[in-house]
Design a protein around this ligand. Structure first.
Ligand code: ZN
Length: 255
């Protein structure tokens, strides 16, 4: 989230964030800071900046701008207006109406409503407290089951955990608390680890299966317990995502 704490007025925002370049730099700093640029498609950390200011991921070979995966992706509204809107929304503690935003920024009411909705969703996400205590994690795949499809519609090589026809979803459950479920590109460590660090408190006790993607959890400072699926003597966790009657398809559950 953009840090507006150094700005004390709308005029200060307007004077500083007066070009697209300055807004882009602030988004970049807020997103990656001094750390690696992380590919929004595969979670890869080996990205190089191109001459045009976009980035190229050495892992999945895709190009992306700093806006991909943010509320500003594909926007036709100028970033200067977005920044002013974000400041206005964050500084009106009791809320600002889309009608007010429409008048203050000389944008249509429809655009004002759109911005308001996006920014409020973003702020709500940032305010979401981290999962605490004992947290279970699991990966699951949502989508059509190949075995139920007509022969002509089956996809080659999609037995088991394929991402060709199914969407991987990563779920985190605080025991006795709330749930976060995130659509992911894959279930590799470099994809899952940043999500875990974002959503799970540093002092949480984390339970996962034996997937190697979780091997680095202890190095990140988490107490890490491993649940071995199929081990009858192991304590049974409350498998929040194992309830197949709701249509969740855990990769560990044979339906
Ligand atoms: Zn990538």
């Amino acid at each position: 989230m953009i840090d507006f704490s150094h700005f004390d007025s709308l005029i200060a925002i307007a004077e500083y964030f007066n070009t697209k370049e300055r807004c882009v730099r602030a988004i970049r700093d807020s997103r990656w800071g001094d750390g690696d640029v992380v590919c929004p498609y595969c979670g890869g950390h080996h990205c190089v900046e191109r001459k045009d200011g976009r980035y190229r991921c050495n892992h999945c070979k895709r190009n992306f701008s700093v806006l991909v995966g943010t509320i500003f992706e594909n926007t036709k509204i100028s970033l200067v207006k977005w920044f002013m809107a974000m400041y206005l929304i964050s500084s009106h503690k009791k809320g600002i109406s889309s009608h007010q935003l429409h008048r203050d920024l000389r944008i249509t009411q429809k655009t004002a409503w759109f911005i308001l909705h996006k920014v409020r969703t973003l702020y709500a996400q940032c305010d979401t407290p981290a999962l605490q205590g004992e947290v279970e994690m699991d990966e699951m795949y949502l989508g059509g089951r190949e075995t139920n499809k007509h022969e002509s519609k089956k996809t080659e090589g999609t037995q088991g955990r394929s991402t060709k026809t199914k969407t991987p979803v990563f779920g985190m459950v605080e025991r006795g608390g709330s749930v976060r479920a995130i659509k992911v590109e894959n279930t590799q460590a470099k994809t899952l680890m940043p999500i875990i660090k974002q959503f799970v408190a540093d002092n949480a006790v984390v339970f996962t299966d034996e997937l190697s993607a979780y091997n680095g959890l202890a190095d990140e400072g988490y107490v890490h317990g491993i649940i071995r699926h199929g081990d009858a003597s192991a304590p049974t966790p409350s498998r929040a995502f194992g309830d197949t009657s709701r249509g969740w398809c855990s990769e560990h559950t044979i339906l």
